[in-house]
Design a protein. Sequence first.
Length: 239
Amino acid sequence: MADQPKPLMPHATATWLVDNTGLAFEQIAQFCGLHILEVQAMADDLASSKYTGRDPVHAGELTQEEIERGQADAGYALKMQRAPVEVTRTKGPRYTPVSKRQDKPDGIAWILRNHPEISDAQISKLIGTTRNTIGAIRERSHWNIQNIQPKDPVTLGLCSQRELDAVVAKAAKSIVADENAAEPEIKIPGTSDREKLIEELRAERDTNQKAAAEAAQEAEAAAWLENKRAEEAAGETKS
């Protein structure tokens, strides 16, 4: 019987069995996986928390025949008729215990400070909060901003390290994808500093070469003109 599954809501089920059957406290405690003193406190109305009873017969976890067997024999161990189906949340915000909810602003502040690449939607899903709260903490307009101290949400128990790492990795991939999708820079040949310098040197060289050629032509013309004048002067002397 040690491996027998327990009711989906053990305390609520125990409350119903105490109120609606003649089962022994030990039988109820064993079936619900509780301590007998907890069941005794429920029966005496001394439990610190009041539970609304949950009918295990209606839930399909017990049969009326099984309850009657237990009532007839205080030593009889009740047998689970059908194990409860575990309920898993697939959509919607993360549920956070009341004792942890006051830590959410600290966890949000830590993420905003250490991982600004994580989007508000990702923070909302990871921590189980609203975008309004995230925005108020970011803008420091939150009603309790003076008492908010950035703390690791993993340490606070708001999420697991694996979940946080997965969100960080996903946010990083999104940034890389956005950068790759951006319009690439168009480089025009000759616009870099090195290419500009080369073009300037080439232009200067061409200018110098042209100037040298023009100077050579002018010198050649001047020499021809000088020789011509010398010949003319020599001819006039002979005559």
